[in-house]
Design a protein around this ligand. Structure first.
Ligand SMILES: [Zn+2]
Length: 204
């Protein structure tokens, strides 16, 4: 009986995580990696549950997976959002020191997938919008744990950590400081219009 219950509970957990990832428009291969469900099972979940559980229509991602490192540092805003997501990864224990195995190879895949969703959803809540797709976030975590092309460095001005690609050797100011300076310049240019909203910084 306990074995039956364990089996049911495990199956339920895998389905729940798959549906959670479907709602974020994750690719089938990403869902399979975390849940162990077959492609056919995931496709059936898409068809039979996803549209019922979500108010907005759920799209299935097709085509090539994200693979460009520069996407995450292509401008100040993108670098700020990627750095914030990296902080969420760290907070949910998804980042590994360079000399350890990548986290999803040493952890329970279900637990890893859940923590990834927690980090991604936290990032969305902090920004109050969806800016990076689930698959870009998944790719970013892989980059941070495996490639070394992106690394966290400390800002000389505010001491916060931010992401920098290894090819960019000249910039030593973090995106938060750059966004603050841009906002200050705007406020000076228009002294009669107060710039008190934090959203003005976020949407620069
Ligand atoms: Zn800074």
């Amino acid at each position: 009986m306990d074995l039956e219950n364990d089996s049911y509970s495990n199956e339920r957990s895998r389905n729940d995580l798959a549906l959670r990832m479907i709602r974020h428009e994750a690719r089938t291969c990403t869902i399979r990696e975390c849940t162990g469900l077959t492609d056919d099972r995931i496709r059936r979940l898409y068809r039979s549950y996803a549209h019922e559980l979500s108010e907005a229509p759920v799209r299935r991602r097709r085509g090539k997976s994200p693979r460009q490192v520069t996407f995450f540092v292509r401008n100040t805003r993108a670098q700020f959002e990627s750095s914030l997501l990296a902080s969420a990864f760290a907070a949910f224990g998804l980042l590994q020191p360079a000399n350890m195995k990548p986290s999803n190879e040493s952890d329970d895949p279900l637990d890893y997938g859940r923590r990834f969703c927690d980090a991604y959803e936290t990032h969305q809540q902090l920004l109050n919008t969806q800016t990076l797709s689930f698959e870009h976030a998944w790719f970013l975590l892989r980059l941070l744990n495996r490639s070394g092309d992106l690394r966290a460095v400390r800002c000389r001005h505010c001491d916060s950590y931010y992401l920098k690609d290894k090819f960019n050797l000249c910039r030593h100011t973090c995106p938060t400081c750059r966004l603050k300076r841009a906002r200050t310049r705007r406020c000076r240019a228009k002294p009669r219009k107060p710039c008190s909203s934090s959203r003005a910084v976020m949407h620069d």
